[in-house]
Design a protein around this ligand. Structure first.
Ligand SMILES: C[S@@+](CC[C@H](N)C(=O)[O-])C[C@H]1O[C@@H](n2cnc3c(N)ncnc32)[C@H](O)[C@@H]1O
Length: 206
């Protein structure tokens, strides 16, 4: 049975340099935070609200299915509909928590209430995906969907969305990261790309 390896409100606060890069520095490299100043941001799968600090000039609301992370709204993002349309929806490191069918549904669902989205997601080549699968299974974590860049692109660049802009950075995921993140020791180090996709709504008639 899957354990809660996310750590509730401490999620993403691990102090190793790899975690700091994954959850903080890479965001500031990939996202021009200034452009979201004053905007209403809905952060789907927003967890414990790390984006609130990173987008401190925006009004960020988190929706997450995990009550342990104390989101602003504890609901399934696949069905949640905000009362007022946000200016932009962010989804950082959430797609791999879903099946590809659910991820496709999530993007279509968000398209019913918002015209702009930013996705941030790590992607790997096949060899690193194999490493990540075995680490995740060994930790008792729930099943995850790990993406290659081409698969993520295909998932996002479809009705009602078109990819407007992308940015990428690359990092090394260390054994120390997996020890802190998932409680496993001796994990194999590998490289990983973190990509940012800006999606623009184009309606249903691409
Ligand atoms: C890896 S965490 C990322 C948290 C946050 N976006 C960040 O970058 O710090 C993924 C989050 O997605 C949430 N999640 C997974 N499926 C969800 C769903 N159907 N609806 C809402 N949240 C979901 C999980 O509970 C988890 O908090």
């Amino acid at each position: 049975m899957a354990q809660d390896v996310d750590g509730g409100t401490t999620f993403g606060t691990w102090t190793d340099s790899c975690a700091q890069y994954m959850y903080k520095t890479s965001f500031l490299e990939l996202v021009n935070t200034e452009q979201f100043r004053g905007m209403n941001v809905l952060d789907v799968g927003g967890g414990n609200g790390l984006l609130k600090t990173l987008l401190s000039e925006a009004n960020v609301t988190t929706v997450d299915i995990d009550a342990n992370k104390r989101p602003d709204i504890c609901q399934d993002a696949l069905t949640y509909i905000p009362d007022t349309s946000p200016d932009v929806v962010f989804g950082r490191y959430v797609l791999h928590y879903l099946t590809t069918t659910q991820a496709t549904r999530l993007l279509a669902h968000i398209g019913t209430y918002c015209k702009r989205m930013v996705i941030i997601q790590f992607v790997n080549d096949w060899s690193a995906i194999d490493i990540k699968r075995s680490i995740s299974q060994g930790s008792g974590d729930h099943a995850k969907t790990f993406y290659r860049w081409s698969d993520l692109f295909a998932l996002c660049d479809r009705q009602p969305w078109v990819i407007n802009r992308t940015a990428t950075t690359k990092t090394t995921i260390t054994a120390e990261f997996y020890r802190n993140r998932l409680g496993v020791s001796g994990a194999r180090q590998h490289t990983e790309s973190i990509v940012m996709l800006e999606l623009q709504h184009i309606g249903d008639n691409k």
